[in-house]
Every structure is written in C-alpha cells, then in structure tokens.
Design a protein. Sequence first.
Length: 328
Amino acid sequence: MKEIKLAIMGAGRWGINHVKTAHELLKGNLKIVCDIDKKKEREVKLISQSIKFDTDLNLVFDDKEINTVIVATPAETHFELAKKSLIKNKNVLVEKPITLLTAEAEELIELSHQQQKKLMVGHVLLYHPAINKLKNMITDGTIGKVQYIYSNRLNLGSVRSEENILWSFAPHDISIIQYLLESNPININANGASFLQSKIEDTTLTYLRYPGNIHAHIFVSWLHPFKEHRLVVIGNKGMIVFEDSLSQNKLKYYPKGFTKINHELTKFEGDFETIDFDNLSPLEEEQKHFFNSIINNQEPLTNGDHALEVLKILEEAQKKLYNFDTTN
Ligand SMILES: NC(=O)c1ccc[n+]([C@@H]2O[C@H](COP(=O)([O-])OP(=O)(O)OC[C@H]3O[C@@H](n4cnc5c(N)ncnc54)[C@H](O)[C@@H]3O)[C@@H](O)[C@H]2O)c1
C-alpha cells in the first residue's frame, strides 16, 4: 500500500498520547485530529501548530486521501465511528474495548473483511517489550507448565461514570492472559462492589478457568491508595513477576516452586533474577505495528478476533457482576 494518511478521533486523556506518538512517527501524514470538544484544540496545538484540528468528523469520513483512522473516543462511540470509517474505506485502530456488544464487534470484523481493511484494537500491553519477553519465557519452557496467573491493576485512578472498573481496566489483563495462554476460558466468574457511584463498580475480582487446570484472577480497582500494576505467572518450574508500576527492575524470574522427591513435596527456592527488556514505548510499538500491518498487508496481533474474545469475557463477567453486586 501507499503511504499512511492518518486521522485521529478523540484527543482526550489517552487520545492525546496517540496524537503525540503519531505526530512523531508520521509528521505531516497525521492529516487531522477531530474532537467534538473545541477545547481540545489547545492541547493538540501544544504538540505542534502544524496539526490540523476540527470538531467536524465528516471532514475525516469524506476525505478520500485519509486512508487510516485511530478512534480514541469513549467506548460507547467506538462501534459507530469505527463502522463509519470502515464503510468509508479506511483502516481502523479502535481503542479498547472494541465495542460494548459482541454483535457489534462481529459486525465490524465482517465489515473489515468485506472492505479489505485492517481492523486493530488498542490492547497496548501486547506491544510492551516486557510482555513479549514474558511470553517467550513461557514458550521456551523456562517456567514449565503454566498453573496460575493473577493480575492486580489498582490505583486511585480516573473514576469514570460511563463504565465500571471492569470495562475500564480489565480489558488489558484479559488481553494479556489470552495472549499468554492462547486459549479461551471454560469458566468465568466475577464479583465486585460500588461505593462512589450507584451501579458502577469501583472494584471487581474476575476469576477465569482455562483448559488444562490453568487458573487466573484479575483484581482491578480505582479506589486504592497507590498504583499497583502487577502480573504474576506461576509455572511448575518457576515464576515470573511483571510489575509495571515500578520505576525499574520491572520483570523478575523466580526459580521457585515445589517438586516431588520420594513422593514428598519438596520446596525449591533459587534467587530471583531481574530480566532486561528493550526500553520501547508500547504505544509507539502499537502504532508501528498497525501501520506496518497496513503497508505489508498482514493481520495485526490485536485484530478484531482477539478483541472479540476479550469482549466475550467482559460480557460474561459483567453478567456475573449483576448477580453479585446487590446495589445493581
Ligand atoms: N490502551 C490504553 O492503555 C488506554 C488507556 C486509557 C484509555 N483508553 C481508551 O481510550 C478511549 C478514550 O479514553 P480517554 O481516557 O482518552 O477518554 P476521555 O474521556 O479523556 O477522552 C475522550 C475524548 O473523546 C471526545 N469525544 C467523545 N465523543 C466523540 C465523538 N463522537 N467524536 C469525536 N470525539 C469525541 C471527547 O470530547 C474527549 O475529548 C477509551 O475507549 C478508553 O477505554 C485506552
């Protein structure tokens, strides 16, 4: 394919990071940033006076030169904006979650095939070099058979009113666990509680059981005294901890566990080792992956199918939450 000619929809807290990154990567080929809030223009112009800004999204849909779109607006708008962009023959990177309903996600996937356009979803942590290193350490057998994974994503964070913490934080963790295990859960359970706003959970605990006696849980909260992003993977030969909230030594390998000697469970406990990984920006890697998938006509890693599986898990977990959270 020819050159990427990009438009970005949504320049809010996360969208502005897309603008900065795309401006660095594409310079003048970032053709326009659109946000319905005129106030966002100031922040966009702080990145570069040369970036065009408008509140009218039709300038993107109707511009035939623009072949690629990043949708970084709130989740409830993803379906409509991604659909319209695909219909108008544009490749789409839409932020997570892909849509709010599986039927909508399926429609986008189908449409992207019909239009022969790429559809990718911003599950940015799959472009984190530490997650790739961790995945390699599973694949090459370093920690043996995976038994258990857990993820804590906690902060005194940006409380949202349009979605609960499950939909806001857990897509990251679900996406990572799906990527690491390369299978789908056979059992999903979730509970949670609302304190700050009626019917919007501030904290949830999601439990996933995978084939082969592999278990996982995801604890997310925006009502927590400090930031903790910790992923722990337990294997029968060793354990890996990825703590993204630390400033350094984020990835560690622990040669620890139990083995059977003469039918007796015996502990082994080696010293932990810090694992180095490339210091690359996950968002920059994500955008590069998206642009390369278009140029080289390759399926993106976090394509519609990956995002659809994440969405199905979110939907099932949400059903369990309704039954559990008595404030609903
Ligand atoms: N991948 C990640 O790590 C990550 C991190 C944070 C947020 N996100 C996702 O990014 C998306 C945006 O999140 P945010 O934190 O930037 O939200 P935000 O509320 O800060 O910003 C959303 C922006 O979209 C604009 N907007 C709303 N409707 C629009 C429309 N129809 N057309 C154009 N602009 C519109 C709003 O004016 C606002 O500026 C969400 O889907 C969120 O889940 C992803």
